[in-house]
Design a binder for this molecule. Structure first.
Ligand SMILES: Cc1cc2nc3c(=O)[nH]c(=O)nc-3n(C[C@H](O)[C@H](O)[C@H](O)COP(=O)(O)OP(=O)(O)OC[C@H]3O[C@@H](n4cnc5c(N)ncnc54)[C@H](O)[C@@H]3O)c2cc1C
Length: 490
């Protein structure tokens, strides 16, 4: 199994990242990324720990063990065993690393479970995908993805934008592969990933074939530039002041492909708008990637509910009936998401020899949690009042004994010592209100697409006929017949 040290060593590969006006020389030592890289290394150390062998690894069909994130479940029991591995990893970061390696591993594994769809499209592309899956699995690679075209004018197709090369598209093909030019949003984890899967999940119109692509390249591919957003890790005062931002800011970046050459053995779709959609929706890909996201989110909500409970204890309000009501609501909301994860699993079914989570229950969970996450954050704000703000400016304030004594006197709680109160509320603010917390608010609303997209998936996959049958049965049970009018309305 890959160790954290192996992973960190592999990041020193001259990838091209720009942040704050400078090119990053080494992500593992950059003040913008080094802590999150170390956190990611911690995931690899955990899965490679011999004590976690059964929990985190499985025997592949070719022999040898691999990280469970690559497992292709053939039964419900295997799916649930795999989920325990995803949960254990999410528990290491309380669900705050949305694009940890298990997300895109789930996406690529889902594509491979639907290899027949690729075979029907093009045998060579199917072979490329199957080989790439084995390549990534056997090296336990950390993949991220960019599957959305950059925002510019959303009322226009990619090819109708003022710059037709804004969106990444194929500009050349030769015997060795394709050449790609243009941009993609938004590579979460891109700065610390090994490779990126690039495609287009947005429906493309006929004529937009150039943008219908699907391939994978290493983050140091020649011509690939990452334009990083602000680093919350770099802006964090200290781990004590920003315990989440300082360690779990996986970052997001715009990727620009300046005539990047992709060899055929890494190209899975090219120039086919229908196949670009099918790779996600006619295979278990979309379901598997978003099922992973829901498992992660269930862990995160448990953490947030824990914050709510602790806020009430620290403020001495747990016994108030109104506060118990708020906590009861929060608990019910977290438990609902746990129950949805279970339902997604047990309502799953076999497809092509694999056990696939239930599509519509997954989309139900997506639609509801996009609305739930902001509501939970708001509830935590409501519980906390000024507690998350009534805090010393930074850990440095404790260095002066006189100021530290004043802090100790003014930070009071019936359940915790002054410094523990400060420690807790800084954590709560980082999760709820800091720039990092705010980015998570946006992430949970959009990682799976805007709400019109997720509701569209729910609309498409719901069993309307069962609902319509009930309506029709009721309609069939009475007629417009004056003689049958009930006496009460006669
Ligand atoms: C924090 C964060 C991390 C992300 N990480 C990744 C990543 O790792 N990989 C990746 O590929 N993507 C990533 N994304 C991108 C994400 O997938 C998109 O944000 C999402 O798909 C929505 O697309 P958009 O942002 O272009 O919003 P848009 O599609 O432009 O939608 C924004 C709003 O505009 C309106 N709107 C736009 N178009 C329509 C329409 N056709 N009909 C009706 N209303 C419309 C709606 O009100 C909608 O809510 C990330 C996004 C965020 C915020």
């Amino acid at each position: 199994m890959r160790t954290g040290a192996d992973y960190l060593a592999s990041l020193k590969d001259e990838r091209c990242i720009y942040i704050d006006g400078e090119r990053v020389a080494d992500v593992t030592s950059s003040s913008a990324f080094r802590n999150v890289a170390a956190s990611m290394a911690g995931l690899f150390d955990f899965s490679g720990d011999p004590g976690n062998r059964e929990l985190m690894t499985y025997e592949t069909s070719e022999g040898g063990r691999a990280n469970r994130i690559w497992q292709l479940p053939t039964t419900l029991a295997e799916l649930q065993q795999r989920r325990k591995a995803l949960e254990a990893w999410a528990g290491l970061h309380a669900g705050f690393m949305g694009r940890a390696p298990d997300h895109v591993a789930s996406c690529v594994s889902g594509m491979v479970m639907g290899l027949d769809v690729f075979e029907a499209y093009d045998h060579a592309r199917a072979s490329a995908l199957a080989e790439y899956y084995r390549f990534a699995r056997d090296r336990d690679l950390y993949l991220t993805y960019v599957i959305i075209n950059p925002q510019a004018d959303r009322s226009k197709e990619a090819g109708q934008q003022a710059d037709p090369f804004l969106t990444a598209g194929i500009v050349d093909r030769d015997a060795s592969g394709i050449t790609v030019r243009g941009a993609k949003m938004l590579a979460t984890g891109g700065v610390i990933a090994d490779e990126v899967f690039v495609s287009c999940i947005q429906p493309l119109a006929p004529g937009e074939e150039r943008y219908a692509l699907s391939f994978a390249v290493p983050m140091n591919a020649r011509g690939l530039t990452m334009l990083s957003r602000k680093s919350y890790e770099r802006a964090a005062g200290s781990v004590f002041d920003n315990p989440l931002s300082s360690r779990y800011d996986e970052n997001d970046s715009v990727l620009y492909f300046e005539d990047v050459h992709v060899p055929w053995e890494r190209v899975f779709v090219h120039g086919d708008v229908a196949m670009c959609q099918k790779q996600f929706h006619a295979t278990p890909c979309h379901v598997y990637q978003n099922y992973q996201a829901m498992v992660r989110l269930s862990v995160k909500l448990r953490f947030l509910v824990g914050l709510g409970h602790r806020i009430a204890e620290i403020n001495g309000v747990t016994a108030f009936p109104q506060v118990r009501e708020i906590l009861g609501q929060l608990a019910a909301e977290a438990a609902m998401v746990d129950a949805l994860v279970t339902a997604i699993e047990v309502k799953g079914s076999m497809a092509g020899g694999y056990f696939v989570p239930d599509r519509h229950t997954l989309y139900t969970a997506q639609v509801l949690t996009q609305q739930l996450y902001p509501k939970v954050l708001n509830t935590l704000r409501e519980l906390a009042g000024g507690g998350m703000i009534m805090l010393p400016s930074s850990a440095a304030d404790f260095a002066d004994p006189a100021i530290a004594a004043l802090i100790d006197r003014t930070q009071r709680s019936p359940s915790s010592a002054s410094r523990d109160r400060v420690k807790f509320y800084k954590l709560a603010w980082d999760a709820v209100g800091s720039e990092f917390g705010s980015r998570h608010h946006q992430y949970e609303m959009f990682y799976a697409g805007a709400t019109f997209v997720t509701k569209g998936h729910s609309f498409r996959t719901y069993d309307w006929s069962a609902a319509d049958r009930l309506v029709q049965t009721m309609l069939n049970s009475y007629q417009l017949d004056i003689a049958e009018r009930p006496a009460a309305v006669a």
